[in-house]
Design a protein around this ligand. Structure first.
Ligand code: OAD
Length: 230
């Protein structure tokens, strides 16, 4: 085995105290997607949206990586082949755990994006609606988060990695949001073995060769030890 491509979702950060989206009492039970995670919602009420991400940025800044994040950073460091980590998460817990090669396909709380010129820069801890862009000076700053209806980042590169993967691993994601939910089919089509780590099989669970049920802080350290022992 030479190349492992890993996709993570909110479940890997759950044991670090960051809420998932679709659980009972999760973020999407308390906030309407169309209000806080769409360009139309932002146009209607920028303050609501900026405040929502300010709160999540503050929470993520306090959070610590858990044994699941740490196991993946160990894998990247010690595996003889290539490890590519793609995350749907907008927190930086993979980086805090020491992972170096992380693709944030849904953007990052640490980033700000200009809605006019698409310049990207490091967000302050607290953003305000109408903050100006350091490049074009327009008052068009927004959180650098990929909202519903927008194109996720790095898709071309990600599909290339999936086509080269020997093993595709999906961790803590419910398999409801595309294109990420389609990565397992794509990897299979190119001949990769596919593994899922979750508390229960996801919506696309039937497509995996192997499903490991349990909290990521337990299942991931075990699995990484197995891979590194072989
Ligand atoms: P979800 O909230 O949809 O799913 C989280 C998944 O993690 C569920 O399948 C849980 O069973 C699983 N899970 C929870 N705790 C776990 C644990 N300790 N160990 C292992 N698995 C656990 O979150 P995502 O699938 O990441 O996008 O959501 C995908 C996208 O939808 C997000 O990136 C976000 C959201 O809308 C945007 O905001 C653009």
């Amino acid at each position: 085995m030479q190349k492992i491509v890993i996709l993570t979702g909110a479940g890997i950060s759950a044991e670090s105290g960051l809420g998932t989206f679709r659980a009972e009492g999760g973020l999407w039970a308390e906030h309407r997607i169309e209000d806080v995670a769409t360009p139309e919602g932002f146009a209607r009420n920028p303050k609501l949206v900026v405040d929502f991400y300010n709160a999540r940025r503050a929470q993520a800044a306090e959070a610590e990586p858990n044994a699941g994040h740490l196991a993946l950073s160990r894998l990247e460091k010690d595996f003889a082949g290539e490890v590519v980590l793609v995350t749907q998460n907008v927190d930086d817990l993979h980086e805090k755990a020491g992972s170096r090669r992380v693709m944030h396909m849904h953007g990052a709380l640490k980033g700000a994006l200009c809605g006019r010129c698409e310049h990207r820069w490091e967000a302050p801890l607290v953003m305000a609606p109408g903050d100006s862009c350091p490049q074009c000076t327009q008052p068009a700053a927004r959180p650098d988060i990929v909202w519903f209806g927008e194109m996720p980042y790095d898709m071309e590169q990600i599909y290339e990695h999936l086509s080269e993967a020997d093993l595709f691993v999906s961790i803590g994601t419910s398999g409801n949001v595309y294109p990420a939910a389609g990565f397992v089919s794509e990897a299979r089509r190119h001949g990769a073995r596919c593994m899922e780590f979750n508390l229960e099989p996801s919506a696309v669970g039937g497509l995996f060769n192997d499903i490991r049920i349990g909290p990521a802080t337990q299942t991931l350290p075990e699995w990484v030890a197995e891979v590194l022992a072989n």
